[in-house]
Design a protein around this ligand. Sequence first.
Ligand SMILES: NC(=O)c1ccc[n+]([C@@H]2O[C@H](COP(=O)([O-])OP(=O)(O)OC[C@H]3O[C@@H](n4cnc5c(N)ncnc54)[C@H](O)[C@@H]3O)[C@@H](O)[C@H]2O)c1
Length: 453
Amino acid sequence: MEHGEAAVFLRNQIVPQRSQLGRELKKKIRDRSAKVGVVGLGYVGLPLAVEMARKGYQVTGIDLMREKVDAVNSGMSYVLDVPSETLLSFVSANKIRATQSLAAVEKLDTLNICVPTPLRKNKDPDLSYVIAAVEAIRNHIRPGQLIVLESTTYPGTTREIVLPILEESGLKVGHDFFLAYSPERVDPGNQKYTTHNIPKVVGGVTARCTEVAVLLYEQFVESVIAVSSTDSAEMVKLLENTFRSVNIALANEMALTCHSLGINVWEVINAAKTKPFGFMPFYPGPGLGGHCIPIDPYYLTWKARMNGCEPRLIELAGHINSQMPAFTVRLIADALNEKGKTLKGSRILGLGVSYKRDTNDVRESPALQILEGLHGKGASIYFSDPYVSSINIKENTIKSIDLTAETLRSMDCVVILTDHSSVDYALVAKFSRLIVDTRNALQGYSRSDVVVL
Ligand SMILES: NC(=O)c1ccc[n+]([C@@H]2O[C@H](COP(=O)([O-])OP(=O)(O)OC[C@H]3O[C@@H](n4cnc5c(N)ncnc54)[C@H](O)[C@@H]3O)[C@@H](O)[C@H]2O)c1
């Protein structure tokens, strides 16, 4: 939208007094008459939409993908943490509806933006989804709206990127509209902590922005923590995920060191965690996956470098973690070698391919890299995952196979890549000829020859 158009747009509106806008919005938020919107109906946006509907709001979900919009409108959930019955009950009660049209923004009072923030090939931040969403919102923005960015990003994004685009509308932040950042901390597959009881950090561009955004979240989240700026709120999320990346890298380095010394790293960690203070256990694994931990630290290192700071520890952690899939392939090759077999020609079953336990998300999953590595060395690869029906390896679609005694017996090696809780590990322990366990899932099962990470 051009500046001239924005002025016309504003002149044609009956705009309440600026000072009243915040008061009116807060009243609507409190009495649930606010029409709330979620832009991006993925792993983050859909649970958020459901939580808002649960607290009595009428929610409009906006997504560019027709399949997701159609699925939501027919009450069919594609996010494991959101049961279809729950979604259907809100859709049937007209509490949730989805649309592909960003024009819906005009009718909404609040908007939470939950679009992807991936990396470019060179590991620089890719804000193209955020920018596209914000530009579309700018074209339909009206006075009195609250806009909150939830996508994970580097400090400064809301103030330096989002705000200038929205102000191209001619509206002024803190007066005509309210803008805040609130990091999303949802942990897919976590039954104990979900959207309503994970504390929410909020930072507004102005004090009034913070006030309105805090009020919105207080309606459906048990605890809300206000920080002084959007930059601080953005940095909170990057600290949390960098903390995980660095500590997982330490656990992975411990695993490699223990392996070279013939020590079981799992036994060491389990004993170390008995210390009641000053130690928090992190565990090794076949590599990092998902849309957060492998990606978010690079948002921070990019911004740090732009400001003359060299974040070496964070980059080293990323490097160590990225070596784990290749190490796992070597571990499997060595285990087969011990049995007098070569990787080439062996039948290998990957057990669990999503990036973490009890989810169906295969984005950035190290399992895919490992299966691809095994395939590249001439192994015949198979997989079994109760939550993932098919994966693509080198342009071939492979379908999940049932975990039966016959399947297990027919494999030269079973490699546990993700420890889903519904898998029958007793069956795996009983019928597999050779097992490589990257998650210590077979601890406690009577089998002494399991090769652990
Ligand atoms: N998945 C997680 O566990 C998790 C946890 C915390 C934070 N986050 C962060 O939350 C953000 C969203 O992640 P996600 O996992 O939900 O992603 P996702 O890919 O599951 O969902 C994003 C959705 O946004 C839609 N979209 C993209 N551009 C759009 C646009 N311009 N307008 C409308 N819709 C658009 C996509 O079609 C998609 O459905 C990311 O920044 C991520 O880092 C994710």
